[in-house]
Design a protein around this ligand. Sequence first.
Ligand code: UD1
Length: 342
Amino acid sequence: MATKILVTGGTGYIGSHTVVELQNAGYEVVIIDNLSNSNIEVLDGIEAITGRRPDFVKGDVTDMGTLRKLFEEHADIKGIINFAASKAVGESVQKPLLYYRNNLVSLLNLLELMPEFGVKGIVFSSSCTVYGEPDVNPIDETAPYKPATSPYGNTKQISEEIITDFVHAGAPVKSVILRYFNPVGAHPSALIGELPNGVPNNLVPYLTQTAAGIRKELTVFGNDYDTPDGSCVRDFIDVVDLAKAHVTAMHRMLENDSTDPVEIFNIGTGRGLSVLELIDSFQRATGVKVPYKIGARREGDIEKIWAEPTKANTVLGWKAEVPVDDTMRNAWAWQCRLAEKK
Ligand code: UD1
């Protein structure tokens, strides 16, 4: 019988791509999502790609009653991947309590119910934001936390600590914490992708919307940084590669391969690319020009950060594979598909 996995936030951007990879790998998936930042039609996309529609519960992970009922109805859930969280850095500064509630209460609820329902492991979505501005690049998992610059970033640090404290207190659960760098792109089928709400904050959705003529021009936030071309440097990781890291992590926990009950992995390519280089890649890969201008630095931005992914490559056995030009082509195909649907 297929192993059943609960994916919270499974209709969201990274969640939906992970559900596809889980189903492709033979797992059975139950999604819980409150659809606050996603659309029920995502299930059609997942079904079209994999030939299988995952079970879906519309509900909020911060609601213990809903969650308990879900575990009673699906008593055979063996693992959890927790994507249900708010992720807009700027909004978190405006609405800190919303972020602390959504991101922390949901995690507490899941952890509390895991032993009772015999759930063995949880994969947690963390972020390279825990490192702040790195002293050295590439940065590895042993680097200490830097003070968080937003409530969003703080929830990631606190969540990692909650999981670690709980497991070290002897709870019969395991966890793999994945620190994502900058997830970008879309499924190559263009059937699922990112659905930003309103004006995008993140670079790639803003870029593809500009290329599509929805936005007049892209602003590059600063070209006077201490980097080769002056723009910020990031580690852009393809969303399908990232999704596959979750499948590998789940397998590792459930098959008892993990050496430590809590393991932390950087999920990145190991290559830093500047904002201007990414725009170049997009133009080269798609043949579409993106009007852009250089603007002021954005407050709170990190100058440069990219991953040392060797631990994920060797211990987890996962490696980023998709070339960035392909990622940009996929992001563009998804943007075109969104335009067709309107
Ligand atoms: C932010 C968060 C990260 C979170 C990620 C996903 C921080 C420090 N970073 O990453 O934790 O996981 O969002 O939501 O909290 N840029 C432009 N023009 C634009 C938009 C962006 O030049 O219109 C530049 C930014 O200045 C930055 C780069 O593109 O240098 C990437 O920005 P963005 O996509 O917003 O991601 P991060 O800020 O790196």
